[in-house]
Design a protein around this ligand. Sequence first.
Ligand code: NAG
Ligand code: NAG
Ligand code: NAG
Ligand code: NAG
Length: 435
Amino acid sequence: MSHTTTYDQRVMQSRVMLFFIVILNVLVLVKTQTCQGLTQYSQCSSNPGCRCLKLPGDTNAGKCSFLHVRCSELSSCFGKNQACLQPDHVCVQHPQCQVHPLCYPISMTTNTMCPPIQEITTATTPTSDGICEKAVWSRDGITVAGGNGIGGELNQLDFASGLFINEDDSSVYVADQANQRVIKWDSSSKNGVVVADVKGTDDGIFNPVDLAIDKNGTMFICDYGDHRVIRWPLGVSKGEIYISNISCAGLMIDSDQFLYVTDFGEHRVSRWHIGTNTSEKIVAGGHGRGSDLDQLNSPYYSFIDKDRSVYIADHLNNRIMKWIDNAQEGILIAGGNESDSELDQLSFPTSLVVDQMGSIYVTDTVNNRVMRYLKGKKEGIVIMGGGESGDKSNQLSEPFDLSFDRTGNLYVADMSNYRIQMFKIDKSACEKFHY
Ligand SMILES: *[C@@H]1O[C@H](CO)[C@@H](O)[C@H](O)[C@H]1NC(C)=O
Ligand SMILES: *[C@@H]1O[C@H](CO)[C@@H](O)[C@H](O)[C@H]1NC(C)=O
Ligand SMILES: *[C@@H]1O[C@H](CO)[C@@H](O)[C@H](O)[C@H]1NC(C)=O
Ligand SMILES: *[C@@H]1O[C@H](CO)[C@@H](O)[C@H](O)[C@H]1NC(C)=O
């Protein structure tokens, strides 16, 4: 009997221990993420939706907070010592909402919501595209399409604004807008091959500004002039209207075969089921024209990453926005100040791509340059063009769209030079080990 009691006691003790360990774990889990020494809104977590919100009256301390809480849901801190009347709230500075400090829900600042940043670096290197921070691109581009002046011959382009690279063979599909055609260029061929043109539309209107090709080889084309998306199977001479009444200014297909369409006139991006041509939801903008975080102003091309975050060139706001899946508003990624040419400014950007490290590449159209922003950096690096507009190999003239091939070479639609330029990547500085 006494034997059993001792046994029971031991079980009891270990249960009590276990209970405390669990409690301790829970306590550790709900610990808030501080961001000591970081500036307001800088990245503080491997969750890109989290940013550092400084505490009022303390220049050093801050809380790493998930930013997707609507400003209207936050109330001002109270009194001289900036108290929060609601339980489980902490007083922080959030000038994007209002100047006066606000009470932020503690649940949005935990380290489960905003895990520490160390996790990023280990999780993202090496990346499958092989692009690292130290990668560089040639400053001289190689013309892979057009480049023979303005015109409608098969070796020419006329205001080619959008491009799509076939990952398998690096052939280049170009939305050759003023020639009313989509033209395909195989690598190293002098002439392109027309794969869709105005003869294949019922009403004789075709103003392609962008295209994407799905897994089945079907093209989806933004026919901006007639406010529609056209579906055009490859190798067929006729397209069909797929979505009408939409001022399509950019489209992209993600790896799950959803189609994302930018509606330039409605200032939003929507997601479509390819099979059924039904709109599933608005994924960016949709709150009218404007410059608030939940608005866009005349957006162009977008990029969708593997987490279904939508990056969008918010053209007339001179900025790049990122909308995390299901977010109510976007995060400012680059630009957002007056249109000018400082390294933290953009001038009417039209397109962007994101590599697997999260670096962003933007066609800064009116500055005649391509910018690269390392993850979390507000200041970019000029990697192509810059300076005067011109048609030398190291110059660009109103670059309008860009895309990677599988190895990381960058293709740029150099619109006002009537050519597509390819800039070779040099990844030699990325290799960690030298034998
Ligand atoms: C797309 O949907 C509309 C109705 O919403 C339909 O009339 C049209 O035929 C569809 N087009 C295709 C290509 O499925
Ligand atoms: C076209 O789209 C706009 C914006 O979504 C809408 O207000 C309008 O009713 C649509 N027109 C037609 C004919 O469907
Ligand atoms: C590809 O084709 C198959 C068979 O016709 C179809 O079931 C599927 O929905 C298509 N996929 C896309 C993304 O269009
Ligand atoms: C805009 O520019 C001002 C002054 O140069 C600078 O203080 C501010 O941080 C910039 N804002 C953004 C969002 O880049």
